[in-house]
Write a protein that binds this ligand. Structure first.
Ligand SMILES: O=P(O)(O)OP(=O)(O)OP(=O)(O)OC[C@H]1O[C@@H](n2cnc3c(O)ncnc32)[C@H](O)[C@@H]1O
Ligand SMILES: [Mg+2]
Length: 169
């Protein structure tokens, strides 16, 4: 089965390509249907679900994958949060899973709470252009140990694994 992923972001597409061994992987620019900077787990998860459904509709007989990055408020500060959704034709609902979460420095949390987006803020903070398509915030703040692509790979494995579990039940 082929896979349609609802993005052209290199970190996301490369994560899908390394995990999907069942057919071709193609990226499509799709609407997430949520804010450009989702706030909270529910909105971020919803963005992933919408991208998965919209991507599946772009590619015949394909499963749809949505990966979405957001931020979520906790008692001790603002964390990055990441969600994925996999829609496989024949299954009623998409499978969903969340990934790594680390706290952001207050210097970034404050403008995010005021409505700014993490992408441009991270470019300024890290002095690296387009970091969202490469190491990402997660890579930058973990000394390169877990890149954005590796973080999304983990989510994609959690999604594929749930599908396999249900399929083999
Ligand atoms: O093209 P798409 O798929 O939308 O990729 P994106 O990089 O915009 O990713 P998201 O929409 O999932 O993320 C929402 C926002 O958070 C930013 N963002 C999320 N995770 C990030 C990271 O690890 N490093 C830098 N920016 C990040 C991103 O640039 C957006 O402004
Ligand atoms: Mg985006």
């Amino acid at each position: 089965m082929n896979l349609a992923i609802g993005t052209k972001n290199k970190a996301k597409v490369s994560a899908a390509e390394s995990c999907w061994t069942f057919g071709e992987v193609k990226g499509f620019k799709t609407e997430s249907g949520v804010s450009d900077q989702p706030f909270g787990h529910d909105e971020t998860r919803q963005g992933a679900v919408n991208r998965a459904m919209n991507a599946a509709a772009c590619y015949e007989n394909a499963a749809g994958l949505g990966l979405e990055g957001g931020v979520a408020e906790m008692e001790d500060g603002l964390y990055i949060c990441n969600w994925g959704a996999l829609f496989v034709p024949g299954f009623k609902e998409p499978f969903t899973a969340s990934g790594a979460s680390i706290r952001l420095p207050e210097e970034l949390a404050e403008p995010l709470r005021k409505g700014q987006e993490l992408g441009p803020l991270m470019e300024e903070y890290s002095k690296q252009q387009n970091i969202r398509q490469h190491d990402g915030a997660v890579g930058f703040f973990t000394n390169g140990r877990i890149t954005r692509a590796q973080m999304f790979e983990h989510i994609v494995e959690l999604l594929i694994g749930q599908w396999e579990y249900e399929k083999n039940k």
